[in-house]
Design a protein around this ligand. Structure first.
Ligand code: HEC
Length: 129
């Protein structure tokens, strides 16, 4: 009995610190991936640039940056009420043209393994999440 308790305590000690390190690494990975997006997308301000601002993007309606002129394809998706939840963002970022044919984001897409981390990073700039 005493032996069992000792084992579970040491398992906790081993598992807890590494779990928090992994979470920190994911955000750091997301931040590095976002550098590729940042050349077109501001995320710290709501002012759009070559691409629309991605501040508050997680949970935001598609094509909702009021100072940005979207393509008809993206505008139409927004008018239909599509919201950028995590699933929609993941699908779009893996293959932007497949998710929304005709949109004007010229980007090759991300690997599935990069998407979760970049979405987690964008979430830290999204107040409505
Ligand atoms: C070469 C410039 C460029 C790069 C790089 C780029 N984007 Fe875009 N992105 C755009 C443009 C332009 C649009 C607007 C598309 C339209 O109106 O059809 C857009 C639209 C979007 C939207 C929809 C925004 C809204 O308001 O509905 C999201 C989300 C998005 N991009 C995420 C990303 C992410 C995440 C990355 C990096 C992994 C990225 N983009 C990289 C140019 C870019």
């Amino acid at each position: 009995m005493r032996f069992k308790v000792a084992i579970s305590v040491s398992v906790l000690i081993l598992v807890l610190p590494s779990a928090s390190v992994i979470a920190a690494e994911d955000l750091e990975h997301g931040r590095r991936i976002f550098r590729a997006c940042a050349s077109c997308h501001p995320i710290e301000t709501t002012h759009s640039a070559f691409g629309p601002s991605l501040k508050d993007i997680v949970g935001r309606r598609v094509a909702a940056a009021s100072d940005y002129s979207y393509s008809p394809a993206m505008q139409a998706a927004g008018d239909k009420g599509l919201v950028w939840d995590e699933a929609a963002l993941a699908e779009f970022l893996v293959n932007p043209q497949a998710k929304m044919p005709g949109n004007k984001m010229r980007f090759w897409g991300l690997w599935k393994s990069q998407v979760d981390d970049v979405v987690a990073f964008m979430k830290t700039f999204s107040a409505n999440q």
